[in-house]
Design a protein around this ligand. Structure first.
Ligand SMILES: Cc1cc2nc3c(=O)[nH]c(=O)nc-3n(C[C@H](O)[C@H](O)[C@H](O)COP(=O)(O)OP(=O)(O)OC[C@H]3O[C@@H](n4cnc5c(N)ncnc54)[C@H](O)[C@@H]3O)c2cc1C
Length: 500
């Protein structure tokens, strides 16, 4: 006679990965409880702060209109030039940005199941549209999409989280807010049998046949940031939720889970210097400043320090925050002239932006505390190094500099037409790359490489996919693919536990 459990499956966290796991476990016939550390009015995790952009394999707009972009009108389709994304291209890009460190098995799963998982989400009521605003340039009257993350959930991260929660509640998933995982419970065999949580009424133990950890990384924990990312990291801004403090990772490591992935690196971007310590639920990701490929970036000495045009924004933005972190006062200034300022992304036009415009570089430098001589020298050298070509911001146009370090490898136009506008940024951390090791079933492995019975994981706290850098749109996709798998495996494990 199997013992009675409070639930079949407990899912820890209520972001995208957790909600996908909850839906999938529910599809498998489980009684599901979702435990979320944040109170109701702070729900949604990092997922809520996103643009809702997903990177997945597809064959272009005619393919997508069948089962993903089902709301698209013919007029919209006629305005779009949407490149396909093959499995091979997705894999190539992931390998390239992670310098071939990504785990083969996890990468194959992420990519191979990406499209079917988006269709599965659509079947659960998540709607998708093309990212007209942020991921396309208008050329000859048409939106030319670029960079591989071109489709977003309607309503961005808010819309995504809202539709997943609505669906989960409709299917009978129970969600408890303000309830934080503190410990995983185990039996004598080492199987996970539930959780110890701290909720509004204090400590409680809740039992289940399986537990899915989907409660984010440690980006909001300054002690863990310094310990793993290095000195100084207590001082970065956090782009998303303040609740991802590594509790799920630590609870799992305490029972012998295997640490895996890029523990000393993270996803971090150029983020407005005036942004608050954690994500702002109104401004959302608009503190990011991601048009640097069409400008230049200097530090307060007036020196350039990255190749702004090394690749598409989607392939460089997640590593350049770490470069800003290394600069004096963790500060940088992105500079555009009159030729390019009109092309910057919408996030540059928010009221909260930290910027200054001036007719001379000296004046700009003085207003933004940049060394004027350094800036004038850098811009003169940069302008002299630009080579002619066919400028096109929607492709890697090969318009590069020659003879300067670092080079600008694409979109290198001289900064010579006043007014000059500078945007002041610092480093904003998005999420951490180190986490737990899972296998194909999303089961958490122990340090001997064996499955920990009853324990599954998905989302940011899974290690091994991203190292050093990241591919735009792959975070949500990874949470959905592995969340869906973790929920399925947890439900199957619960059924086995019931002896059914
Ligand atoms: C500003 C911003 C923009 C982004 N834009 C994109 C984008 O467009 N596309 C993309 O793919 N990715 C994007 N990302 C990355 C993306 O947010 C993450 O990859 C993804 O949302 C992670 O999902 P998750 O479910 O693992 O974590 P989360 O959504 O962060 O969910 C984790 C949840 O666990 C809860 N939790 C934490 N600790 C505990 C505990 N001990 N007990 C119980 N609950 C706990 C948290 O409160 C949180 O709700 C962006 C991130 C940010 C911050």
């Amino acid at each position: 006679m199997p013992e009675m459990n409070d639930y079949d499956v407990i899912v820890v966290g209520a972001g995208n990965a957790a909600l996908c796991a909850a839906l999938s476990a529910r599809e498998g016939g489980s009684r599901v409880l979702v435990l979320e550390k944040a109170p109701l009015d702070e729900r949604g995790g990092n997922s809520l702060f996103t643009a809702g952009g997903f990177r997945f394999v597809h064959d272009g707009v005619e393919d997508l209109r069948k089962d993903v972009l089902t709301d698209l009108s013919q007029a919209e389709i006629d305005q779009m030039v949407l490149p396909t994304l093959s499995k091979e291209q997705f894999m190539d890009d992931l390998l390239r940005v992670t310098e071939y460190e990504t785990d083969d098995e996890l990468a194959e799963m992420l990519i191979g199941r990406s499209r079917e998982t988006v269709v599965w989400m659509r079947s659960h009521g998540v709607r998708f549209i093309p990212m007209f605003g942020r991921q396309s340039y208008k050329v000859d009257g048409k939106h030319h999409f670029y960079g591989g993350v071109n489709i977003e959930a309607v309503g961005g991260g808010y819309g995504l989280v809202d539709s997943l929660i609505r669906r989960a509640e409709k299917l009978g998933v129970e969600i408890r807010y303000a309830t934080e995982l503190r410990e995983l419970l185990e039996d004598r065999r080492g199987a996970v049998t539930g959780v110890r949580v701290k909720g509004p009424e204090g400590y409680e133990e809740i039992t289940a046949r399986a537990v899915v950890l989907a409660c984010g990384g440690f980006e909001s924990n300054p002690e863990m940031r310094v310990r793993y990312l290095g000195p100084g990291w207590e001082l970065c801004r956090v782009r998303g939720t303040r609740h991802n403090t590594g509790g799920g990772i630590r609870a799992a490591l305490r029972i012998g889970a295997q640490p895996f992935g890029g523990w000393s690196t993270c996803h971090a971007v150029q983020w407005d210097i005036s942004a608050p310590p954690f994500g702002d639920r109104v401004v959302l990701d608009n503190f990011q400043k991601h048009s640097y490929p069409i400008g230049i970036v200097v530090n307060l000495k007036g020196e350039r320090f990255v190749d702004e045009g090394a690749d598409y924004r989607n392939h460089t933005y997640a590593k350049y925050g770490r470069e800003v972190m290394k600069q004096p006062r963790r500060t940088a200034v992105q500079i555009f002239d009159a030729k390019t300022i009109g092309m910057v992304r919408d996030e540059y036009r928010i009221r909260q932006v930290t910027k200054h415009s001036a007719n001379t570089l000296e004046e700009l430098a003085a207003a933004l505390e940049i060394d004027p001589q350094g800036l004038v020298r850098t811009v003169a050298e940069f302008n002299a190094a630009c080579r002619p070509g066919n400028y096109n911001p929607s492709v890697l146009d090969g318009m590069r500099t020659e003879g300067i370090e670092p080079p600008k490898s694409n979109w290198a136009l001289p900064i010579d037409k006043p007014p000059f506008t500078g945007f002041v940024v610092t480093c904003g951390i998005t999420f951490t790359f180190g986490g737990l090791r899972i296998d194909r079933t999303a089961a958490v492995l122990d340090t001997a490489g064996e499955r920990i019975p009853g324990l599954f994981a998905a989302g940011e706290l899974v290690g091994g996919i991203f190292y050093g850098n990241y591919l735009g749109g792959a975070g949500l996709m990874s949470g959905s693919v592995f969340g869906r798998q973790a929920g399925k495996s947890a439900a199957e494990s619960a059924v086995r536990g019931r002896g059914a």
